[in-house]
Ligand binder design. Structure first.
Ligand SMILES: C[C@@](CO)(OP(=O)(O)O)[C@H](O)COP(=O)(O)OP(=O)(O)OC[C@H]1O[C@@H](n2ccc(N)nc2=O)[C@H](O)[C@@H]1O
Ligand SMILES: Nc1ncnc2c1ncn2[C@@H]1O[C@H](COP(=O)(O)OP(=O)(O)O)[C@@H](O)[C@H]1O
Length: 324
């Protein structure tokens, strides 16, 4: 089913705009879920969510380059740093995004995409979704297709539940599959220590385990984000936010990867305000008060030997935007 109603889809291909830029570079952020309430799956297999996304300073970069006019008109993707875990074919979310935009707008031009990844792959931080959002914005600019934010969001939702959020970034509430996003007013900056795992977790597998663990059905989904959480975010108060961090998928992720419970415990013992699994995991994110706190938590995690790497990032940051 198409979610896109107002995009021109006529049979006439849109000719390339002469004189426009040869390349467009776009940055888009990864995310953490500050709150994730999951309901029972619907007939399409998708679970209704009430979630709070926060965009973190782990930035994906997609550069869209115009192809020489005599070349085959195609969509190609190259990774700046080759990674076996990231496909470079038609299944890459950035390629799917470019193709969907071309189809929706009748563009016949190709594009070469160059992708620089900084978000851990299959880590529950929506790196692939950020790539798709960045590719939509980059190609919309390169091709001069002129879709507005609402039209891009509708295409994004067709690519994946997590794709609309990196278009807007900052902090937002997600409903539906997580694709219906509304910006949330927040203040201040939040410091996170990110504990990475060598091996990712598959999102569908985590949702499946969630269903298994829920037996007769999960607890009713939270219809709204708890007021205490939105108040803490409005106040810009990480101490007040910490007790309200919540992830319904955490039990499923811990069931699949029991060692993550130790990662969480280590981070909290080292002084993190709170540590939780990010989205479907296996990345654990620890909210810390300041740089000194971050350093203590990173040291403890690295000494514990239960994660492959740690990073320190701040949040929130802006959504997909053209740079350079
Ligand atoms: C769990 C979350 C939380 O933000 O993020 P990640 O931790 O994976 O980044 C998201 O819901 C993931 O979104 P995303 O990764 O875009 O999901 P999609 O590609 O649309 O769907 C992949 C699969 O996940 C399951 N899925 C996804 C979203 C949803 N609301 N219900 C689901 O059941 C379905 O099995 C679906 O086939
Ligand atoms: N651009 C992309 N970057 C990363 N993974 C991608 C991309 N396109 C498709 N994939 C596939 O999607 C899977 C999950 O991607 P990712 O967005 O990194 O994780 P998550 O869904 O946990 O946030 C990867 O294992 C990979 O096979």
């Amino acid at each position: 089913m198409s979610h896109l109603r107002s995009v021109p889809c006529g049979p006439e291909p849109v000719p390339p705009r002469s004189g426009s830029a040869a390349s467009v570079r776009v940055e888009a952020p990864g995310k953490v879920n500050l709150f994730l309430s999951v309901g029972a799956p619907g007939p399409d297999g998708y679970h209704p969510l009430t979630t709070v996304f926060q965009a973190v300073r782990l930035i994906e970069t997609v550069t869209a380059r115009r192809q020489p006019s005599q070349s085959r008109q195609d969509i190609t993707l190259t990774l700046e740093e080759p990674d076996d875990a990231v496909p470079t074919d038609e299944t890459n979310l950035a390629v799917r995004a470019a193709r969907l935009l071309a189809q929706a707008t009748g563009v016949s031009e190709g594009v070469d995409l160059l992708l620089r990844k900084r978000v851990p792959v299959a880590g529950g931080m929506a790196g692939g979704s950020a790539d798709a959002a960045a590719a939509l914005v980059a190609c919309n600019t390169l091709w001069g297709t002129g879709l507005g934010p609402g039209e891009l969001a509708a295409l994004a939702a067709q690519l994946g539940a997590d794709v609309p959020f990196p278009l807007i970034g900052s902090t937002a509430v997600g409903h539906g599959r997580g694709d219906l996003v509304t910006p949330l007013m927040t203040r201040g900056s939040y410091q996170w220590v990110i504990a990475l795992q060598e091996r990712g977790l598959s999102t569908p597998e985590v949702f499946r385990r969630f269903d298994e663990l829920s037996g007769q059905g999960p607890a009713p989904i939270a219809q709204e984000v708890p007021e205490a959480m939105t108040a803490a975010l409005r106040a810009g108060d990480p101490r007040a936010l910490a007790p309200h961090l919540h992830n319904d998928l955490q039990a499923a992720a811990l069931d699949l990867r029991p060692e993550l419970a130790e990662v969480i415990a280590l981070a909290e013992q080292a002084g993190a305000l709170r540590a939780i699994v990010s989205g479907s995991g296996p990345t654990v994110v620890a909210l810390v008060e300041d740089a000194a706190g971050a350093q203590r938590v990173r040291r403890a995690l690295e000494a514990g030997g239960l994660c492959s790497r740690t990073l320190r990032v701040d949040a929130p940051v802006a959504g997909a935007r053209v740079v350079g």
